[in-house]
Design a protein around this ligand. Structure first.
Ligand code: ATP
Ligand code: MG
Length: 444
């Protein structure tokens, strides 16, 4: 893609309304455009990143056997009256009246809608477990929308729901999502820590929030540092293996402020392992048994002929919030260098030819390099503007493709000036550069 043809409205300076670095960068490089408070349009650069995140989230849901559906954004109030949440949800719910005077709402979450779908079709334990998910816009009329898309009113979420015959089976489903979350965040190059959480208005009895560390985060967290060293590489999708994986994480104290107890913390965690800091919630999983299935009458036939309400859990990932969370984790705002992880980068590489009016040879060379890159499925952005070198580099550092090739007027034979963005230049042939990027891509 040629920069001159792309819709990347870059600002010279940080917009003053943005208080945290992700919001600053997203406005600065034109990833988003505010439409009204807490509501944004996604422009090409931001949309590309979000779609790549969405793909990774989807792949990891599919790997644990979850099936994708798509529920509407607009829901009927009827099902929310059945669950009792129509009144409980309060002012965060955007309520709408249609022309027939029916009460509708813009879904803030989908427990009721999915339970309604389930109960109309599934009648027997033989069809369980069922793991269903969708990736859809949500609306919550947040009292204080802020930090750009981090706390928006309209936001993009993956929400999954599990249906099981017993508590034991439901914990198995819960643990599958627990693992898929660890894997998802790792592929996004984030360290997200599962922390014991309160179940809040969704209700129930088992819950973890997945939190990444960030000074600008809104969650206060209290952990045993050693939890950061854990991995899940040997976990199999089978009951025992998943159970011991979750136990491995749960052996270390890690909670958000809702569950924090100072005395307990100081007793359990030795001084040198205590970490008190802030973080961003990127995912949240709940087990809540028959909280919705009971009032909504979602039951199944059991083996002995009896009936019971199906046991449910729900599992959310903030797909749009993750765009901001990755920036918070990766953006060097002092030097104004963004390094997108290759897994979600808007472009794999930036080609930066030095161009002046009477000499297009560097641009020709960039176009030729681009042809080779395309053959190898490497997505490049070419800065074909005639600006000076330092402003070109500045701009490309903000756009944040993980790699750069700088093309001067005369090249040194076959060697190209290649950079991991923000690092030292290396002189490499194109074939080697393609090999490095391809290898990195295949490891995602
Ligand atoms: P928070 O505590 O941040 O308000 P929540 O606990 O209300 O979030 P959940 O219902 O658990 O949110 O939603 C699942 C995920 O959706 C969250 O982990 C978060 O990543 C994302 N999310 C929630 N609210 C917003 C929002 N207003 N803007 C962007 N993402 C959000
Ligand atoms: Mg939450």
């Amino acid at each position: 893609m040629l920069l001159s043809n792309s819709f990347i409205p870059i600002l010279k300076n940080n917009p003053s309304e943005a208080k945290i670095k992700s919001h600053q960068l997203m406005l600065r490089v034109g990833m988003i455009k505010q439409a009204s408070a807490g509501i944004y349009s996604w422009l090409p650069l931001g949309f590309k990143v979000m779609k790549k995140i969405e793909d990774i989230v989807r792949q990891e849901q599919n790997k644990i056997g979850a099936q994708e559906i798509l529920m509407p954004t607009i829901q009927s109030s009827e099902i929310w009256k059945e669950s009792g949440r129509y009144d409980d949800y309060g002012e965060e719910m955007l309520r709408i009246t249609d022309r027939q005077n029916r009460e509708m709402l813009y879904g803030p979450t989908n427990e009721e809608q999915v339970t309604e779908i389930f109960r109309s079709s599934i009648k027997s334990y033989k069809s369980l477990p069922q793991l269903l998910y969708h990736i859809q816009w949500k609306f919550r009329d947040e009292i204080r929308p802020r930090f750009g898309i981090m706390r928006g009113r309209e936001f993009y979420m993956k929400d999954a729901y599990s249906f099981d015959v017993s508590d034991e089976e439901a914990f198995y489903s819960y643990n599958k999502f627990f693992l898929s979350y660890l894997k998802t965040f790792k592929r996004l190059s984030l360290t997200a820590i599962p922390m014991a959480a309160d179940t809040g208005p969704i209700g129930g009895n088992l819950s973890h929030e997945f939190i990444i560390l960030a000074d600008t985060g809104e969650s206060k967290i209290f952990t045993d540092k050693r939890i950061f060293d854990l991995d899940n590489d040997d976990t199999q999708l089978e009951k025992g293996s998943l159970e011991s994986m979750r136990k491995k994480y749960e052996q270390f104290y890690a909670v958000t402020d809702e569950k924090f107890n100072k005395e307990e913390f100081e007793k359990i965690v030795s001084k040198e392992n205590q970490l008190i800091t802030k973080g961003i919630e990127v995912g949240h999983i709940f087990y809540f048994g028959d909280k919705y299935s009971k009032p909504m009458g979602a039951s199944v036939d059991l083996p002995g002929g009896k009936k019971d309400f199906v046991k449910m859990g729900s599992y959310g990932i903030g797909v749009s919030r993750l765009v901001g969370a990755i920036i918070e984790a990766k953006y060097d705002d002092k030097n104004e260098i963004m390094k997108w992880p290759l897994s979600v980068a808007p472009y794999d590489i930036a080609l930066i030819p030095m161009i002046n009016k009477n000499d297009s040879s560097a641009l020709d060379k960039a176009n030729n390099i681009n042809k080779e890159l395309l053959k190898n499925n490497i997505d490049a952005i070419i800065d074909n503007t005639e600006e000076n070198f330092s402003s070109k580099i500045k701009k490309m550092n903000l756009i944040g493709a993980p790699y750069q090739i700088i093309i001067g007027k005369k090249g040194e034979g076959d060697l190209l000036e290649f950079k991991v963005t923000g690092e030292e230049t290396q002189n490499l042939p194109l074939s080697k550069i393609i090999e490095i990027i391809t290898k990195q891509k295949n490891s995602i």
